[in-house]
Design a protein around this ligand. Sequence first.
Ligand code: HEC
Length: 291
Amino acid sequence: MPIGNRCFQARSTLRGLRLSMTGLALTASAWLLLTALTVERTAAMDMPGPADLEQALSAPPQTIEVVEPHLSTADSDTVVAYRGWPAVKVLDHLLGSDWNKPGVDVEFRALDGYVSRIPAERFSEYPAYLVFESPGRSGFTVNNPRQNEKDVPLGPYYLVWDNVRHPGLLADGATNWPYQVSEVLVSDTGWRALLPGDMAGRYDEDAGLARKYCLTCHRINGYGGDKFPIDLAHRVKDMTATEFERWVLTPNAVKPGATMPPLAHRIPEPKREVMAKRLYAYLRAFPAQKQ
Ligand code: HEC
């Protein structure tokens, strides 16, 4: 097992400990929430190596061509071939055949702390593949110009979507394309943490935006990824709307070399601005949390 993976497991264990210690000191309702957060998840499954997977699935890897979202812009698409297996087959094998239920997320955990939670239903709507190599190219890496990163390793696995046959997926850019995937699990805990108190019903869509575009790298109320693990609701308390929008829409202009990607860069500008405003309103409305 690669070293990074081991570090990641140690980190999750630490976080679990921290959760249960704070739980002791919290009120009964908050404690119930935390319990719900910790128990309603299945165990994380390590992604097996390609040779083991090929044997378990009794199927050779297939080649799939996709518009590589990290290398493409609204004006020019770069098509790249990858080899791997349909994600549904891999998930059936690792998670058992009943993982695909409404309201459930599939969580893809990456070696770099990135956590991608994708609604299970999406895998019935669009074909996805877990790939492990790129035939005809020298390495299994990609440049990520919008995050100012070069030759980023994609392995052990990279989740790609068939956006050639489903061009509607192009608008999402690299959202839902986690790379360095080393573990998968099923979790149905998201919405409770993102819509506490009376936020449910009023901010559902905004929480959905945060979940899709921000919480792969950041957190809100304990939910999210560890790539840059700040709590966004906490962080925006001292940001003005203008500062926030500028940062989210053009991080590179605020901080040259920033490794945060601009929000949904393939979506038309006026719509992106509305999204940034809604995210700000939602984060500001978030009740203060015990840190
Ligand atoms: C792919 C990972 C990633 C995603 C997705 C992401 N960020 Fe970030 N974010 C970062 C990193 C890395 C930094 C640290 C700054 C940098 O780029 O060097 C950061 C920094 C920030 C900061 C702090 C800026 C500061 O000066 O302290 C805020 C606020 C923020 N992000 C908000 C968001 C919001 C809101 C979203 C969703 C629209 C989002 N981020 C999506 C990676 C990400």
